[in-house]
Design a protein around this ligand. Sequence first.
Ligand SMILES: [Zn+2]
Length: 469
Amino acid sequence: MKKFFSLMAAMAILLSVTAFVGCSDDSKRSKYTIEGTLDAANRTINAKMELDFYNDTQSELETLAFHLYPNAYKEGGSLTGADTSAAFSQGKSFGGIDVSGVTVDGKEARFEIEGDIMTVAIPAVMPTQRTSVSMNFSVLLPQAAHRLGYLEGKYNLGNWYPVLCAFDTEWKTHPYYVFGDPFDSTVADYRVSLSYPEELKAVSTGGVGENGVLNVSADNVRDFAVVIGDFNIKSANVNGIKINYCTEGEEDYTPLITEAITFFSDMFGNYAYKEYSVVKTAFYSGGMEYPALCYISDVLDEKAAEEVIIHETAHQWWYAAVGNDQVNEAWLDEGLTEYSTTVFYEKHPDYGVKRESRIADSLTSYSLYCEIYAHGEQQPMRKCVGDYVNNAEYTFNAYVRGQIMLDSTRILIGDGAFFDGLKLYYKLYSGKVAKAEDFVGAMEKASGRNLQSYFEGWLSGKAHLYSVS
Ligand SMILES: [Zn+2]
């Protein structure tokens, strides 16, 4: 996701401060097959899903757990109780998901739904074994400019189907927190077939639909999103990758998208998918990343849209290909993505944005934020998104402090080691879920230096930035 920060944002906090005294081997992946229909008049998706589950954990499993993210949009759900007014400009509107007819290996199965988590009982499945789970589901889209929602003729299907939870020593059943992009999933293969009104266009993680039918596949992806609307689709090709820019307007960002895909491929390693789509849609804040697809908000001015496109495209490397636990280590994708945006601008001076000024802005706004919010204290980056007290705390620590830390690391170990470290990190963890120590390890290997205490200082909040005052 792209959040904007600025000195103005830090000042806005001052004014309101009293308010807050996996595995990429084909044979070892789970496979989703989803067949459904968009009932446009009723803002509803009716679908059948089969998950051919591969047990890539070290544990014998007797349950499978799924996130039912659409239930966060139910009355009383985690997204409706918080201040999400920017997304619900039409007033209150609710969504949700109903699941029925759950079977395991063809036999009716017991399942329980609590909030936005569904647990399905299965006969014991040993590591490396498979089992097949089927279900019907029906999703009601809220009238909202959110990851999931319908507004002004555009249907955003983000996090819309039952998504298998990540597994650590047990299923990770975190709620759909309001702050951050609270998602954590392993890669899988998808076959998705979705029908929709013929006069509209559908674009997805697996590509573009035709004549009212989306019939696509996407392998080795950690999520699958779709956007449907009355779009003009502008396309280009770069190094065998098809690029789509989808808009209701006339503007064309395919040159910028092509430049970003080419640049990040050169800097970090080849783009991981066969297609990439950027969709201008109803979205309340900046943009939102999914594998091989991103949203950008339809209310951005030209300069902001440009920055969001660069940022969301960098997420194809940091979040989509190299996954991370976005709930507990949000800086790992957001900090890297924000800094990748800075490096893009640095190497493309025609856009008129300097590395030095982006870092100086980050330092100034972060220092001001700490002065105002935390009485001069620095804050930890290693924090669950559910523990942030407000959006500003999340944004300044995951994005802004993340970016400052990475620029500081680059100065410390030098450009050669820093970019070698990023290439190594991408090579080692593409298609997997990386942790902070994996990132630190890649930087240590590339630089030949012990960086444990250096990174610990940043992540724990003990490393002090110098004050610009
Ligand atoms: Zn982001």
